[in-house]
Design a protein. Structure first.
Length: 501
């Protein structure tokens, strides 16, 4: 019994001063060291499996024209990254220069990362922060206490704090999902803007302080952590999808905050923006000339800008009831019979050779350029490009790794410049959506007939009201008739045709 007592002792914490000796169980030292080695090997195996899954995703559904090296200048500097993901495979450190062991921190033995979406990091990259599961068990608290004091300044990493070696440039101009293996702690998950996500969900005691749709964020945080930390649920696909959903939520909030900034940007009072689970809803307060200010109606949602999980770009989506607006936004020929007939006539003229190709091509372009479908499609395409640019410059909001003292002001200036373009496109698209969306539904209810496009002439050019949107008006055919005419086809040959007026 005395011999057993001599070999049973509390684990030596000389290397880890931040561990409370009273909280460490009394186990034989050889068994404890064997457990540490086994746990390190298990973490390495999990990290290798996640790295292999990420490489398979890069070559498959999440692949694309991803470029690891960005141009230093030029017009293509923001568009050179592409839509595909980039993978930094598992990198194992040598244990001596990895972490501040002397400072009493648990060393990081390996790290990997998946980089997605493009981000404007000319003035610094978004900070990468650790995520918290929000379940404060005893083991989780102990692991958090061990992982918190990890010194990043002593790691062989880049200045954008993504835990990767300096030679790894795959994370430039991108958002990052980083996974690092910490002995006796597990796999620690970090995400661009993760500190703000964890902080927003930490106020469990005060429900009023929780952000809107916090359950949506909490659900994806739990899915992300379980897909990486649970050995029986290892799935990089689920983890990457959850990470992009979280970043979509953060990017939408950053874009709306930039557009609602009263100091630099002033949206019209009739436009209202809100974030709804990874999308931006655009609503408008519709009023009439007879309404008094007290009779103003509540805002009505016109359309939404959904953030694509794969590319991070914004795609306009419309309510199911606005059929005409959805067809016009795609420039579908079924939205305008006049456009379909004009295109068919010009195509027939080209095939018959009665009109020269060069002249006919110019006339076709000139004839279809002012059609409602093309105008609506071009307007929403311009809005998508403007919001994409603003989203890249806003990143995911939160803190940034500024390059110098002027980085914050330069970034704010670029965001303000992008907000101006978004503001103009947003006003145009909101007016179009109000006319061909809400007004079309109202006309159908009032008249009983389906409103049509391009049936009341071309765009309205009112010099007295320069704020009028240059677009053909919406029309309702209240009376129609069929008129028969005789057309001379040359010589003595005639042909009787029927025309709908």
């Amino acid at each position: 019994g005395a011999d057993n007592d001599e070999h049973t002792m509390t684990v030596d914490t000389g290397e880890h001063d931040n561990i409370n000796p009273s909280s460490t169980p009394s186990v034989p030292r050889p068994l404890h060291r064997l457990f540490e080695v086994t746990h390190s090997f298990a973490l390495s195996l999990q990290l290798e499996m996640l790295s292999s899954q990420a490489e398979a995703l890069r070559r498959g559904a999440w692949g694309g024209a991803a470029s690891a090296i960005r141009p230093t200048s030029g017009a293509g500097a923001e568009e050179a990254t592409g839509d595909g993901i980039a993978v930094s495979p598992a990198f194992f450190f040598d244990g001596s220069g990895v972490d501040g062991i002397a400072s009493g921190a648990i060393p990081t033995i390996a790290v990997m990362a998946v980089h997605f979406w493009s981000c404007d990091d000319r003035y610094g990259s978004p900070k990468v922060g650790d995520l918290s599961s929000g379940i404060e068990t005893g083991e989780a608290k102990e692991g958090a206490a061990l992982a918190t004091p990890t010194s990043r300044s002593k790691l062989a990493q880049r200045t954008d704090d993504n835990y990767l070696p300096k030679s790894d440039r795959r994370g430039e101009k991108r958002l990052s999902l980083c996974i690092r293996a910490v002995p006796m702690v597990g796999l620690v998950v970090s995400l661009s803007g993760g500190s703000e996500v964890a902080a927003s969900l930490s106020a469990k005691s005060d429900p009023s302080s929780l952000p809107k749709h916090s359950h949506h964020v909490q659900r994806n945080v739990d899915k992300l952590l379980s897909s990486i930390q649970d050995p029986f649920q290892l799935s990089m696909s689920d983890a990457l999808l959850a990470a992009t959903v979280l970043c979509a939520e953060k990017r939408c909030h950053a874009v709306v905050a930039a557009l609602n900034n009263q100091k630099t940007n002033r949206l019209p009072t009739w436009i209202h923006l809100d974030v709804e689970c990874g999308s931006i809803s655009v609503a408008a307060s519709i009023s009439y000339f007879s309404n008094s200010p007290a009779e103003s109606n509540p805002p009505c949602i016109l359309f939404r800008l959904a953030c694509d999980s794969r590319s991070g770009r914004f795609v306009p989506s419309f309510p199911r009831s606005t059929t005409l607006l959805r067809l016009l936004a795609c420039s579908d020929g079924s939205a305008s019979d006049i456009q379909s007939l004009r295109t068919a006539a010009m195509t027939s003229a080209l095939r018959s050779g009665s009109v020269g190709r060069k002249g006919a091509g110019g006339r076709i372009d000139g004839a279809t350029r002012e059609f409602t479908g093309r105008i609506v499609r071009d307007a929403f395409d311009a809005l998508s490009r403007a919001v994409d640019t603003l989203g890249r410059r806003c990143g995911v909001g939160g803190d940034w790794n500024d390059i110098d003292a002027q980085s914050a002001s330069l970034r704010e200036r670029s965001v303000v410049q992008a907000c101006r373009d978004v503001r103009l496109s947003l006003m145009t698209c909101s007016g179009i959506a109000a006319v061909f969306g809400m007004a079309a539904i109202g006309l159908k209810v009032a008249s009983g007939a389906d409103p049509v496009a391009d049936g009341a002439g071309g765009p309205i050019d009112d010099s007295n009201n320069p704020g009028t949107i240059q677009i053909p008006p919406l029309s309702v055919h209240l009376r129609q008739r069929i008129v028969e005419k005789v057309v001379n086809e040359g010589g003595d040959e005639t042909k009787r045709i029927s025309i709908l007026e």
